[in-house]
Design a protein around this ligand. Structure first.
Ligand SMILES: NC(=O)c1ccc[n+]([C@@H]2O[C@H](COP(=O)([O-])OP(=O)(O)OC[C@H]3O[C@@H](n4cnc5c(N)ncnc54)[C@H](O)[C@@H]3O)[C@@H](O)[C@H]2O)c1
Length: 246
């Protein structure tokens, strides 16, 4: 599937899953704006791929005014947005009784508020343009329970709900909204878990396929859902989890 000449925004593309997604979209012909607060990381990705087609945009996705400004900048520069991948997200593993208001706000502001408002601003522009494609990176934690993840899992449940609600509301405008729900993968977010052999083995044991998802598989799934050959597919939350959620 080619995305030749299409304009894409990928959030959190400075590393991890987002970098693999940005790379795959660039390889398939898209212009890619990386929205990330890590400017150094996003710039390195842009320079590695092609600074003429991949653009770092430093901003904080938990701040609505920064989101609106960044979207307006993309429209001012490229005139349109065809693809949005809401990938940036964060977590804090701790028992429910230890969760603080700060934990709640940090995770919810990025994972839920940021995802919703970026989707709102981009979706409005896609509706005006006659269509577009959005993929949200949720998590298998949106589908099944895991101890010590109450805020993260709640946020990803909300991302799954946003996906279904907006898919339904915007289907008539040709704007498709889907999500992926990956199990654990090895990224800067999770690296600390994988330093501990006991935790690593516990994670692998919980996945029937006995392996992690790779960033390349995440990127491939995102492009599948973005494909213009899959126009009937909208409102789907697709597990990438080696049967963890079955
Ligand atoms: N890694 C996993 O095991 C796993 C599993 C399931 C789902 N996910 C989800 O996949 C997505 C990507 O995860 P990852 O593991 O690649 O994460 P990561 O921490 O490696 O990368 C996240 C990126 O988002 C950026 N970012 C964080 N907060 C930001 C903010 N407020 N404003 C702008 N940018 C911000 C970071 O700078 C970073 O580049 C997340 O939504 C995560 O919840 C990850």
């Amino acid at each position: 599937m080619s995305f030749d000449g299409q304009v894409a925004i990928v959030t959190g593309g400075a590393g991890g899953f987002g970098e693999a997604i940005a790379e795959e979209l660039y390889n398939r012909g898209a212009f890619v704006y990386i929205f990330d607060y890590n400017l150094d990381g996003a710039t390195k990705v842009a320079q590695r791929l092609n600074p003429g087609k991949v653009f770092p945009v430093q901003m904080d996705l938990s701040k609505v005014e920064e989101i609106e400004k960044a979207v307006n900048m993309v429209i001012g520069k490229s005139n349109r947005i065809d693809i949005l991948v809401n990938n940036a997200g964060t977590s804090a593993g701790k028992p429910a009784v230890d969760v603080t208001e700060d934990d709640w706000d940090k995770i919810m502001n990025l994972n839920v508020k940021g995802t919703f408002f970026l989707t709102k601003f981009v979706g409005k522009q896609m509706i005006d343009n006659g269509g577009g494609k959005i993929v949200n990176v949720a998590s298998v934690n949106a589908l099944v329970a895991e101890n010590n993840t109450v805020v993260y899992s709640t946020s990803k449940g909300a991302v799954a709900s946003i996906t279904k609600l907006l898919a339904r509301e915007w289907a008539r405008y040709g704007v498709r909204v889907n999500a992926i729900a990956p199990c654990y993968g090895r990224t800067p977010l999770t690296e600390v878990l994988f330093q501990d052999e006991k935790i690593y083995n516990g994670i692998i044991k919980g996945i029937p396929a006995r392996r992690l998802v790779t960033p390349e598989e995440v990127a491939e799934a995102v492009t599948f859902l973005l494909s213009d050959k899959m126009k009937i597919v909208t409102g789907v939350v697709m597990p990438l989890d080696g049967a963890r959620s079955t």
